[in-house]
Design a protein around this ligand. Structure first.
Ligand SMILES: [Fe+2]
Length: 381
């Protein structure tokens, strides 16, 4: 089967190996003539990035780049990037990278023509409607990992640099106009990033699937997304040049983010404050949290996860699914506890407070309280 296609769900996606060569056409289709490529410091000097800038320049689009992005992008990164963007007179963003480059790039395009401050657009109620849609610039998204799925999402996660809380900035027009999913861009990802990002995609699928909200489309996408991770993440981890595995993982990432419109849950509610305060890798932190959260949610999800196990060819219902997750974590070198992950002497009061304030909390199938959330953190340490 040739893993190549043009999709229009949930946005225009050009999927296939080598399709970064279409970056100039993608900008044109999005209405961008003067793009700013936004990525992170690590990617800024890598060959996949310079090659993309070469392609842009050859097409007369310039080779402007902003890469001053922390691993968890902050409001300070937004302010610095916005100054560069506005001073340079750019008319759109090429958001290039893993979660940090994609989320910062999307947020810069969103903020380009806004007059209100960033935190006015946090994903609370209808705050998104405060934005001036005419001031939102177009985005071409190019994922270079297979995890966040932010390329097909309508939000960006930005850390408040004063309170260390992760906030979601949301607007329907933050959905990129065009996405290039080129699995060749992920071939050079190191093993631990392949594992962590792949398990972020898995966490998106599992949490969306377990969320109690009614959204059968998401349910189907989440289930098949889990299957792709199960069949192809171990292959991508074992051999980073396995392009078929890389392609299916890139699809699984986009599927996870498409599915989690249905909701996330306690894995992300715990992982967000841990990442914001202790600067751990998002997907790896999710993976550490997942086994304990599955047990925590067991009373509500035993039946649906038994159905998922059956679809995935895992024997033993819920227990089989939980054992599979443990084995997958072990095979991919994921730490067993938050302590092993590097979280030392955490302030549990703050972690519990921030977890309960996290928007993912409302999607968890078991109600999270101060008491049970604290016990969950303690179990993970
Ligand atoms: Fe995530």
């Amino acid at each position: 089967m040739k893993l190549f296609g043009n999709w229009s769900y949930p946005t225009a996606v050009r999927f296939g190996a080598g399709r970064i060569s279409e970056i100039a056409e993608a900008c044109k289709a999005a209405g961008i003539t003067r793009p700013l490529l936004v990525t992170d410091k690590g990617l800024a000097t890598m060959e996949i990035t310079t090659r993309t800038l070469d392609l842009m320049e050859a097409a007369g689009l310039g080779r402007a780049m902003f890469s001053d992005v922390d691993p968890n992008p902050t409001d300070r990164n937004v302010a610095a990037g916005l100054k560069v963007y506005r001073d340079g007179g750019y008319d759109g963003v090429v958001a290039f990278g893993g979660g940090s480059g994609l989320d910062l790039g999307k947020t810069l395009a969103f903020m380009a023509g806004q007059t209100r401050p960033l935190w006015d657009f946090e994903d609370i109620g209808d705050w998104w409607s405060r934005a001036d849609p005419a001031g939102i610039h177009p985005i071409v998204a190019v994922p270079t990992t297979a995890g966040t799925g932010s390329e097909v999402g309508r939000a960006g996660v930005i850390t408040n640099s004063e309170t260390y809380e992760k906030k979601i900035i949301f607007h329907p027009l933050m959905l990129p106009k065009v996405v290039i999913c080129d699995p060749e861009l992920t071939v050079g990802m190191p093993k631990f990033i392949t594992a962590g990002t792949g398990l972020d995609a898995f966490a998106h699928c599992v949490e969306a699937y377990c969320s109690p909200h009614y959204h059968p489309m998401s349910q189907g996408i989440a289930l098949e997304g889990m299957r792709l991770v199960k069949d192809y993440l171990p292959r991508a981890y074992a051999d980073g040049t396995d392009l078929e595995a890389r392609a299916h993982m890139m699809s699984a990432a986009a599927m996870g983010a498409t599915a989690f419109q249905k909701g996330l849950g306690a894995i992300h509610a715990l992982s967000h404050p841990i990442g914001a305060h202790y600067h751990t890798h998002h997907g790896t932190t999710n993976a550490v949290c997942m086994p304990a959260v599955l047990q925590f949610n067991r009373p509500a999800v035993e039946g649906v996860l038994a159905q998922a196990a059956a679809y995935l060819g895992i024997a033993g219902g819920f227990d089989g699914f939980a054992a599979y997750v443990d084995d997958l974590n072990t095979a991919l070198g994921i730490p067993r506890t938050l302590t092993e992950l590097g979280v030392k002497d955490p302030d549990l009061d703050i972690l519990v407070r921030d977890a309960l304030n996290d928007p993912s909390t409302s999607g968890n199938p078991v109600q999270m309280t101060a008491g049970n959330t604290r016990r969950l953190f303690e179990a993970l340490l």
